[in-house]
Design a protein around this ligand. Structure first.
Ligand SMILES: Nc1ncnc2c1ncn2[C@@H]1O[C@H](COP(=O)(O)OP(=O)(O)OP(=O)(O)O)[C@@H](O)[C@H]1O
Length: 249
């Protein structure tokens, strides 16, 4: 669950270059909702995700995750609830390290220092089993360096890594923007499958209106730092793809 109570974000407050990136915003995203966020450049989408993740702090208002107040918690302190995938396939993983080592590092990310991730054999089998469900043929190539994979393969693995720890909230920040259409399709299908399988609360920021139409069960449209449309699952079912395009005319 993600809850924002009158959250605003002002950059360069009081200066000539002041920008109100998010205006007093109230929103509750419930458990297991998959929300797609659309909006023109500069409308506040990334600011919204950054505020939820804790990479930015609000100027005003409160944020709660899973019913706990987190407004003042740093990004790393929220990481037990939040997994995040970015636009750049290189940003989530280490190129020189093997697939297995990348999974190991990801698994250790949210664990206290004195905890281990089980025996190597058990962990390797778990990774193999999870990888085989993606049907990419990588389950027997765990020693291959991450850098040898395509951007689409890397994004799919980053997704799998990010959901294999206990995070219940997945933030997707234009995860397919750098990919060719076929890879983008594969990554979106993988995301959708993992969100359902791991029963995640998910927020996808995208400029791809076909994805906004085809995935998720709620759409938010941002404009000038405000949520100007909040489309429920029932309302979404009645929409045509062209309706989404008309929001940007
Ligand atoms: N660190 C910052 N300092 C100053 N202004 C910022 C900063 N980050 C964002 N902004 C401004 O805040 C507004 C909202 O930006 P934001 O990145 O949230 O928009 P967006 O909807 O994600 O845009 P895009 O689709 O281009 O990624 C914009 O006017 C932007 O220039």
């Amino acid at each position: 669950m993600i809850k924002l109570n009158k959250v605003s974000k002002v950059f360069n407050k009081g200066k000539g270059n002041e920008v109100i990136a998010l205006r007093a915003t109230d929103i509750t995203i419930h458990q297991k909702e998959f929300v797609v966020v659309v909006g023109s450049n500069g409308s506040g989408k990334s600011t919204f995700l950054n505020l939820v993740a804790g990479s930015l702090f609000p100027t005003e208002g409160e944020i709660a995750l899973q019913d706990k107040p987190v407004t003042k918690l740093a990004e790393y302190e929220r990481s037990k609830w939040i997994a995040r995938v970015f636009q750049n396939p290189l940003s989530g993983t280490a190129s020189d390290l093997s697939i297995l080592t990348n999974f190991r590092l990801a698994a250790l990310r949210t664990k206290p220092k004195n905890l281990t991730i089980g025996t190597d054999k058990a962990f390797k089998e778990l990774v193999q089993q999870k990888l085989s469900t993606l049907k990419m043929g990588l389950e027997n190539k765990l020693d291959q360096p991450m850098g040898s994979l395509s951007g689409g393969q890397r994004q799919a693995l980053t997704l799998l890594m990010s959901v294999m720890d206990d995070a219940k909230i997945l933030l997707l920040d234009e995860p397919t923007a750098a990919l060719d259409p076929r890879s983008a399709n594969f990554v979106m299908q993988t995301a959708d499958k993992l969100i359902k399988e791991f029963e995640l609360t998910a927020v996808l920021v995208t400029h791809n209106l076909k994805d906004a139409y085809g995935y998720g069960n709620r759409i938010l449209q941002f404009s000038d730092g405000k949520i100007v449309r909040d489309i429920s699952e029932e309302e979404k079912a009645k929409l045509e793809l062209n309706d989404l395009f008309s929001w940007f005319e």
